[in-house]
Design a protein around this ligand. Structure first.
Ligand code: TXA
Ligand code: MG
Length: 338
């Protein structure tokens, strides 16, 4: 199959909408990462997403809608959910709600709940409106690869596997949406993102964070979200994340670098001069900037053939929890706190 990669305009949107209505798969930009979309209520179309990604069939998909009114027949919208939608949609917040009859088991991997989200991206919203369908879309990477934050990343992973990629430039947030479970009494964040637990609590009254967000699952422990048990964001290199004050982290990074062949440093922008002529790349100077850059850097590390990645992390507050959740998984939880 030839894979077209087109800038977003009226014509390409029309083509994408037609493909989606025909039950084909199309990649499109959102504010978080690129998504791999198909008609959420068409089991055959949804199966094509799993095939294109090599995604395990037990990992459910998020259903994207243009507005909350489109959720009729898809899920039971609770009062708390409606308040959260009014506060954070369109935006990087996925809510798990009890699914309704129209959603096939393929979309939710047989679960009784369904994840729903309205993306805050003009092109994603234009596509959702143009096709008029709820669109199931996981991140548009091959399973186990970092999520794509540009059309070029999608092309790397999906070339020959899907007919069309809509190129909307770089994603603004850079890490995937917050996943909050609203099926219990108290909202619980299963995957941290740009909408933080504090922000959710300010609207819903309360919100917890699953403690598996920052640690590996124990043997035999059930994953609160199927995605958490699968290998994620894994660069080919071994990776270690260092958290602490710059003056403490910099000398350790330099020492570890000098002990290893083909090591790379991913450091905060303002620290780069301190690494001298060692191989290094910037992760920006704020957690928000790191969120935008992280997945691209992990792909670059594979291209450079890095054997060891020494990365500078952040204390896990606010949006930094989302960044550290991804860094921890990329590093197989090898985090050193100085
Ligand atoms: O930002 C995003 O959320 C992007 C863009 C494209 O919208 N999508 C995305 O989808 O990251 P995906 O499939 O890569 O990640 C969805 C996560 C997975 O870990 C999945 O297991 C979890 O959400 N999930 C989805 N539906 C669920 C459900 N009903 N119960 C528990 N976990 C669910
Ligand atoms: Mg994903």
């Amino acid at each position: 199959m030839d894979t077209l990669c087109l800038p977003v305009n009226e014509e390409s949107l029309k083509m994408a909408a037609t493909l989606l209505k025909e039950g084909q798969v199309v990649a499109f930009p959102t504010e978080t990462v690129y998504g791999l979309g198909a008609h959420a209520l068409n089991a055959e179309a949804v199966n094509k997403i799993f095939a294109a990604k090599d995604r395990p069939g037990d990992n459910p998909l998020i259903v994207h809608v243009a507005q909350k009114e489109q959720l009729q027949g898809i899920c039971r919208v609770t009062e708390t959910a409606e308040r959260l939608m009014d506060a954070f949609w369109p935006g990087p917040l996925t809510m798990l709600l009890m699914k309704d009859r129209q959603v096939p088991d393929e979309t939710t991997a047989g679960l009784p709940s369904v994840g729903v989200r309205c993306p805050n991206h003009p092109m994603a919203l234009a596509l959702l409106r143009a096709c008029g369908l709820p669109i199931a879309a996981p991140s548009a990477n091959r399973s186990g690869r970092p999520s794509p934050t540009s059309a070029a990343h999608v092309y790397e992973d999906m070339q020959g596997r899907i007919p069309l990629i809509l190129d909307g430039g770089a994603c603004q947030v850079g890490v995937e949406s917050t996943v909050v479970d609203l099926t219990g009494e108290i909202p619980c964040v299963l995957r941290p993102g740009a909408v933080t637990a504090e922000m959710i609590a300010s609207v819903a009254g309360d919100c917890t964070v699953a403690d598996s967000v920052m640690r590996p699952l124990k043997e035999g422990e059930a994953a609160p979200s199927p995605g958490m048990k699968h290998r994620h964001y894994a660069p080919k290199a071994k990776m270690t994340v260092y958290v602490g004050a710059d003056e403490q982290v910099i000398p350790v990074l330099c020492q570890k670098y000098d002990e290893t062949e083909n090591a790379w440093i991913l450091g905060h922008e303002k620290c780069l001069p301190a690494f001298g002529d060692r191989n290094c790349m910037s992760l920006g100077d704020t957690p928000k900037e790191t969120a935008q850059l992280l997945f691209q850097r992990l792909r670059e590390m594979d291209e450079k053939g890095a054997k060891l990645i020494l990365a500078q992390g952040w204390e896990e507050s606010g949006v930094a929890l989302a960044v550290m959740n991804r860094m921890a998984r990329a590093a197989a939880f090898d985090i050193v706190r100085l």
